[in-house]
Design a protein around this ligand. Structure first.
Ligand code: PLP
Length: 352
């Protein structure tokens, strides 16, 4: 019997996601916070053009994409580091900072990838419970010890959609020692409409221990191609570049991300539509009597407690796949209007 690291015993085995189809054959995937839109024709064209070159290895440094991102955000090229999705960037970070005897602090519940990646790196997870469905930044600052290497702040938070605002974040960052890296995971930044939720880049500029993670998977609609990035000062970006698996950002992903930056206006128009649908869905749920934490992301959170799995099974009968966290609640992505209507019908029927 081959031997494995003990930490693997604590990790769930891979379970293929089951597709959900109603008895009438309807199927809506609201479980992964993806863009409900097909890729733009200009992006599909860029991918098709790049496909003709896949006999060659990709540019390992993703030079053109890195330069385009630096220009887009007004940051030095050296401060941009890519990965095969921002999950991969998080893994690269943890590989760079994590080892036995070190701590990684994050809110819980938050992004599911943090515990697994922290464990694989050898670091210990310190989970700080949410307060009112939001990061409890005071408690997180208090959780920092001499062993703390990294803190994830997921803003807006997945799966609750809640945010932390400028003043409290500044207060928090002021309390964190300079030798602790704070990573602002802004996977849903493009969906934020609350003007008091800061763009993390405003904090990174004068704080060498703050970095921002972004992704092409959500608002830019490239979840299937895997490309995300970090913006941070050179010690941080350089660590993420060193831990990048060679060629991990593939040729099609680089081409598609570049084309998406060129088509950004069109893509952000779509985000605006999703934001309007978010308001409609949240208000619809509230009118039905649900408690819905204010969300700034492309999903809503329903704290269903013991009824979570029952709710997910119920939604499946309506053809709606949601993301349940057993015993806690369900996260439901905002889809196109038809999918959202199906979800609202399912939610209403659950209450009656
Ligand atoms: C979806 C998501 C990501 C993005 O993951 P990719 O690997 O870029 O697809 C990162 N962080 C959070 C919190 C997310 O919800």
């Amino acid at each position: 019997m081959p031997r494995f690291r003990m930490i693997l015993d604590t990790m769930p085995a891979y379970k293929p996601g089951k597709s959900v189809v109603s008895p009438e054959g309807r199927s809506y995937k609201l479980s992964s916070n993806e863009s409900p839109y097909d890729p733009l024709p200009s992006v599909v064209e860029a991918i098709a053009r790049a496909a003709a070159g896949v006999n060659r290895y990709p540019d390992p440094a993703s030079v053109r994409l890195t330069e385009a991102l630096a220009a887009r955000h007004g940051v030095p090229v050296e401060h941009v580091a890519l990965g095969g999705g921002s999950v991969a960037v998080a893994q690269q970070l943890l590989e760079a900072v994590g080892e036995p005897g070190t701590d990684v602090v994050y809110a819980w519940r938050s992004f599911e990838a943090y515990p697994t990646l922290a464990a694989l790196s050898g670091a210990t997870s310190i989970r700080v419970p949410l307060k009112d469905e939001t990061h409890d930044l005071d408690a997180m600052a208090e959780a920092v010890t001499a062993n703390t290497r990294l803190i994830f702040v997921c803003n807006p938070n997945n799966p609750t959609g809640t945010v932390n605002r400028t003043a409290e974040l500044r207060r928090f960052l002021d309390r964190v020692p300079e030798n602790v890296l704070v990573v602002l995971d802004e996977a849903y930044r493009e969906y934020v409409r609350d003007a008091d939720v800061p763009d993390g880049l405003t904090f990174y500029r004068d704080r060498p221990n703050v970095a921002v993670m972004r992704t092409f998977s959500k608002a830019y609609g490239l979840a299937g191609l895997r490309v995300g990035y970090l913006i941070g000062h050179t010690p941080v970006s350089s660590a993420v570049r060193k831990t990048l698996l060679p060629f991990a950002v593939n040729h099609l992903a680089q081409a598609a991300a570049l084309a998406s930056l060129e088509a950004e206006e069109e893509l952000l128009d779509r985000v605006e539509t999703v934001v309007k649908e978010r308001t409609r869905v949240a208000e619809g749920l509230i009118a039905q009597g649900w408690t819905v934490p204010p969300t700034e992301a492309n999903f809503v959170w329903l704290r269903l407690g013991e009824r979570t799995m029952e709710f997910a099974d119920h939604c499946a009968l309506w053809g709606v796949a949601v993301r349940p966290f057993a015993g806690e609640g369900a996260r439901v992505s905002i889809g196109d209007p038809e999918a959202n209507d199906a979800f609202l019908e399912a939610a209403e029927a659950f209450r009656s």
